[in-house]
Design a protein around this ligand. Sequence first.
Ligand code: MN
Length: 291
Amino acid sequence: MNAAISNPLGVHALVWAGDWSPESARYAIEQTAAAGFDLIEIPLLDPSTVDPDLTRKLLDRHGLSAGTSLGLSADTDVSSTDPEVVARGRRVLADALAVTRDIGCGYFGGVIFSALRKYGAPPDERGRANAVETIAGLAEQARASGITIGLEIVNRYETNILNTTEEALAFRSEVGADNVVLHLDTYHMNIEEPGFAEPVRQAGEHLGYVHIGESHRGYLGRGTIDFPEFFAALVAAGYTGPITFESFSSAVVHPSLSNDLAVWRNLWSDGADLARHARRFITDGLIAARG
Ligand code: MN
């Protein structure tokens, strides 16, 4: 960790690899360490494909920590009104939580309160209540392993449950568990929030995880996100949690996630160059904000 910065800096695994085979895990973890990051975020869309023991050994060898994440599918949507769909979603979340624990991660989050997809209607009251109950149960399970649960606030085309910080704060208080945190992502904030400072202030002590993404999800600084405003807000809030770079290109494809995120074009080919650039950009931005 850079001595001038109090946050662990992370990178999402999709910068390196579209799956978590042993070869991909080895490559992604080696590259994350080589680019100077402290943490890698590992997608767990299919928890059964992840070898937790190997992953933990690789992380230890390279002195990294990890977080895990996923977005549910229409078939495992815990905000559904169909009890069977909700039950399937809860099983996926429980499996992912077990893998998170076995890897030795302290954080599991993402779009875990609904499917990651465009909805054709606002949330149903019963469906939303199912989502609240699901996260309350998950948080209870996670507590036993010392795991924090993150609610990633995403744009309207990727969920109809949590698009804004205000909605996430209300949802969190209905869940009523202190190991549930809010996860802000600049890419989504750019679409839904009034700016980059107000949501950080609103989330306050409940902000527990951050994604740094550009407006087009490519190289930082080459889009329209007001990063100086965001970094200044994080510093002003005294936020010391993880800050993870997230970027997607058709150069690295995950069988389901890339399609769910509408990753149609090539924004970069050299993940190592992209990641080194991002780490420098975030570090410089935080140092400038500390001014
Ligand atoms: Mn994100």
